[in-house]
Design a protein. Structure first.
Ligand SMILES: NC(=O)c1ccc[n+]([C@@H]2O[C@H](COP(=O)([O-])OP(=O)(O)OC[C@H]3O[C@@H](n4cnc5c(N)ncnc54)[C@H](OP(=O)(O)O)[C@@H]3O)[C@@H](O)[C@H]2O)c1
Length: 307
């Protein structure tokens, strides 16, 4: 038997999450069963439980957790994996569990030099960051504004854009400005006249925007700086008609680039070219507390569940 987290209903995680004991899953032919060592917590998990990305009663109970790292426990004959291999699972369904079953196409070998925590915190944010930059077709000539540059996605966007040779300016709370400078970006606070602050801090005209926060302020400032077709957002889902490109990982370009992006992210993180910050770890039974800790102003770094 094995423990896993299920959401019995949509609502406050503290009220609706349950820990249940179920049989260890068996792999189908092309599947892999992974003993989870670490699972990354993402804002999507909290939104999903709260019913903010759909609240279909027919989908209850919900298995939650979108990425994990662990060790292969059992592998289907055609999966290409063997028990004992260290792997990363992304995208995952039900990663907040002692055991996780996934199709082999979602299972990636974990580099030996990359820790389980970091591996489980890397791919959802990293693939999203790669999608943003690919969609913008960013070049070394661009001046990129990143809204939310110290967040999980934003930090990787900043880091990758700086590596690509672009000039980067990024918004964050003042406590995260040293971090942004260490990544190679010009930091700017968002609690004031952001448009004026951007123009003062970055005399060169902004040519592209990556929005990871989705606030009216972020969108209004972006539209004042660049045409809508130079803005990509992963968070402003309420927009209609502005012409801004929304990225959610389902575009043909992002599907095409996904395996390459994953391999590059795992290699770079293992080699220390890409930092993955861990902000805190929670035992499986405290998953609700981890989801409640997301959002607002919290210390930087990904939260992790340890079964
Ligand atoms: N569409 C997709 O495929 C996709 C994929 C991944 C994530 N997302 C979404 O993207 C968002 C970011 O995800 P994440 O994992 O990077 O989250 P995260 O690590 O929690 O980072 C969020 C960042 O937002 C900043 N922030 C908070 N309030 C702000 C405000 N009013 N104005 C400007 N910045 C503000 C915070 O910066 P400070 O702490 O410096 O204030 C924080 O660093 C979430 O909404 C998530 O659901 C979408």
């Amino acid at each position: 038997m094995a423990l896993r987290i299920l959401a019995a209903d949509y609502g406050d995680p503290e009220a609706v999450l349950q820990i249940v004991d179920q049989p260890v899953p068996e792999p189908d032919d092309g599947d892999v069963v992974v003993r989870v060592r670490s699972a990354g917590v993402n804002p999507f998990d909290a939104k999903q439980v709260r019913g903010l990305v759909g609240a279909d009663p027919a989908k209850l109970p919900l298995s939650i957790g979108g990425e994990a790292a662990g060790v292969v426990h059992a592998a289907g004959a055609s999966s290409g994996f063997r028990p004992g291999e260290e792997v990363v699972v992304y995208p995952a369904t039900g990663a907040f569990a002692e055991f996780l079953v996934a199709p082999a196409a979602h299972v990636h070998r974990k580099p030996a030099d990359l820790g389980f925590n970091e591996a489980s915190a890397l791919l959802l944010a990293g693939v999203t960051a790669a999608d943003i930059l690919a969609t913008l077709e960013l070049t070394a000539d661009d001046v990129l504004l990143v809204h939310g540059g110290a967040g999980a996605v934003g930090s990787i966007v900043v880091s990758r854009a700086v590596t690509a040779g672009a000039t980067v300016i990024a918004t964050a709370s003042p406590a995260n400005h040293v971090h942004l400078r260490s990544l190679g970006a010009v930091p700017v606070a968002y609690d004031g006249d952001l448009l004026a602050a951007v123009r003062t801090a970055m005399p060169s005209p902004v040519t592209a925007v990556a929005d990871t926060v989705g606030t009216d302020q972020a969108i209004d400032v972006s539209l004042a700086l660049v045409p809508a077709d130079r803005i990509v957002s992963i968070a402003a889902w309420g927009l209609t008609g502005e012409g801004i490109t929304m990225v959610d990982g389902s575009t043909p370009a992002s599907r095409r680039n996904r395996r390459e992006a994953i391999a590059g992210l795992l290699d770079d993180a293992a080699a220390g070219r890409l930092a993955v910050e861990i902000g805190g770890t929670f035992p499986l039974q405290d998953t609700a507390a981890a989801l409640s800790a997301l959002g607002g102003h919290r210390p930087r770094g990904k939260l992790i569940i340890h079964p």
